[in-house]
Design a protein. Structure first.
Length: 563
């Protein structure tokens, strides 16, 4: 890899780490990936996973997986297990370094006691509404709570009684005593602890009714784990002074450094966990693993590979500048991967019967075809050819438009890996719809160089008597505009009504009858597809991962020109 291509020369975080190592600030590097288990991971989290685990790998350091589980109202074990599965699937392992913020609840309580004893924290009786009133605005300083000057002894007593469960939810909080006039609202005596009764925590059960806030928990957890560089997205930049305040005013064993980078904003989707939860709860998708979702589970079910996602995350880079990444970049990464690695197969998604009248009725010919035209090491497969075939309905036009290069009445095409055929007649139903084509074939064109016989095009096919029936789900982008909900618009209005088409009468070549979910193929001339977990013996279900090329740009151009 050249110096220009080396991410260590272009990634500002790696440059900071290099400087810290060079001046002896650290002798080892430790990072962490700290998701909150209140939903499934999405492609934005993948960027953070690749960054944190990648930094640890490249500097021979460590990366912890830590669940920031301080809000049990929204968290559960389903999300914990899903997150662990996603991180492993992306190719990363945390070894023995699996932690929960709840592991530190006792220590966190002890550090809060330290702050109270130092006069840097106090118990406040303002309810949420009055606390907002006292907080002030971006242009006006806040007002000090009337409980701010309580003596440490009284605060310690109240705090212990809060832990003991003597007070109802919302009646008391523990607040840091910092600066109510600070221009940074996060420093205006932020809440460190709040009371939560009647909640069963997925790790601690009913042991606690007093829960620390994220802004208090996160820096201490980092310090207890010996994290050197706490990498987070830009929305936490304004929280960094509070992170540093907590570290500076408690007796934690080390001083991690928080560094912010831009989050991933991707076209034609939403990355807000709240909005993604809405999509699931409102039944607008089938679940967190719906292949239209930007969740890691959804991308996996759609047929994306870990390699493609890692490649995408590395290509978009790590910067301080917020930007909107083109969906085409993600789709390009999976196309490149599957073009190299996906075996080829033939599938007719919208079947139209074709009878080769010149071919013997009782004959079946086994053609030897490559599994991958660019990789001879993948071997070959046998493909049956018979008198009755199916082609895709879009590959025939009785009255062709200008530029149509497939089969027409009186015209010739080559059947992929087989013969050149000529259409000599059509059969129609009572409504005038073509239901069958009558053709002849040239027996001398099998196995010949396609350039030896000039025809308009090459089309795919399957043998009627050998074909496997299948369901194919054509997934597309979930939203019809690059920035759903832009300008405060209801993001529901931007949903793409054609994001899923289900084709139930598809026909595949016979080799695809017994294949396991997760296997990926290129259906020639159609796109890349993956076997869905809904598949059953003898009735496979395929999801389209991505088309062979970016059709959205062309479609938008066509719409623009037509207007």
């Amino acid at each position: 890899m050249s110096e220009k291509e080396d991410p260590r020369k272009t990634n500002f975080i790696r440059q900071i780490i290099d400087e810290d190592l060079a001046r002896g600030k650290h002798t080892r590097i430790a990072t962490r990936f700290p998701p909150e288990p209140n939903g499934y991971l999405h492609i934005g989290h993948a960027k953070s996973i690749v960054l944190n685990f990648g930094v640890a790998r490249d500097y021979q350091g460590t990366c912890n997986l830590r669940f920031d589980d301080t809000n049990p109202h929204k968290e559960n074990l389903e999300y914990v297990e899903a997150i662990k599965e996603d991180v492993h699937w992306l190719g990363y392992d945390w070894g023995e370094r699996l932690y929960f913020a709840s592991d530190y609840f006792e220590q966190l309580y002890g550090f809060a006691v330290e702050l109270i004893e130092q006069g840097r924290a106090y118990v406040c009786e303002l309810d949420a509404e009055r606390m907002r009133e006292y907080r002030g605005t971006l242009t006006e300083p806040g007002r000090e709570s009337p409980y701010r000057e309580r003596p440490p002894a009284e605060n310690l007593d109240l705090f212990a009684r809060m832990r003991a469960g003597e007070f109802p939810d919302g009646t008391l909080t523990l607040r840091a005593r910092i600066d109510m006039a600070s221009p940074n609202l996060n420093l205006r005596d932020p809440v460190l602890y709040r009371i939560r009764h009647g909640v069963i925590h997925h790790q601690t059960g009913g042991e606690w009714c007093l829960y620390p806030t994220y802004d208090y928990t996160h820096p201490i957890s980092d310090a207890l784990e010996g994290i050197t560089h706490s990498l987070c997205t830009l929305e936490f930049e304004d929280h960094r002074p509070l992170y540093d305040w907590v570290i500076a005013n408690t007796s934690v064993p080390c001083r991690p450094r928080q560094i912010e980078f831009s989050r991933l904003n991707l076209e034609y989707t939403v990355m807000s966990k709240r909005r993604l939860t809405q999509l699931v709860d409102e039944g607008l998708v089938t679940g967190w693993d719906d292949p239209r979702m930007p969740s890691i589970a959804g991308l996996r079910r759609r047929g994306y590979t870990p390699e493609a996602i890692r490649t995408f995350c590395e290509r978009i880079g790590v910067t301080k500048a917020d930007n909107l990444v083109e969906m085409a970049m993600l789709e390009s990464a999976i196309r490149e991967d599957l073009d190299r690695n996906a075996p080829r197969a033939m599938a007719v998604l919208r079947p139209l019967k074709l009878v080769v009248e010149s071919y013997p009725e009782d004959r079946t010919e086994m053609l030897t075809v490559p599994n991958h035209p660019k990789d001879v090491t993948t071997g070959t497969r046998a493909l049956p050819f018979s008198r009755e075939l199916y082609i895709d309905r879009s590959d025939f036009m009785e009255e062709p438009v200008k530029g149509f290069k497939r089969l027409t009445l009186g015209g010739e095409v080559r059947l992929r890996h087989a013969y050149v055929i000529r259409c000599v007649g059509v059969v129609k139903d009572r409504a005038g719809t073509v239901v069958e084509l009558r053709c002849t074939h040239d027996p001398d064109t099998l196995g010949k160089n396609p350039t030896d016989r000039k025809v308009k095009g090459v089309i795919h096919w399957v043998s009627a008597s050998h074909a496997v029936a299948a369901e194919v789900r054509l997934y597309d982008r979930l939203f019809s505009v690059p920035e759903p909900g832009e300008g405060g618009r209801d993001f529901h209005a931007d949903l793409n009504p054609d994001s899923l088409q289900v084709l139930t009468h598809c026909l595949l070549e016979p080799g695809l009858t017994k294949i396991a979910p997760g296997n990926r193929f290129q259906f020639e001339r159609e796109g890349y597809f993956v076997v869905d977990p809904d598949s059953r013996p003898g009735r496979p279900v395929f999801n389209r991962t991505v088309t062979l090329r970016d059709t959205w740009a062309q479609n938008l151009f066509t719409i623009f020109v037509s207007k």
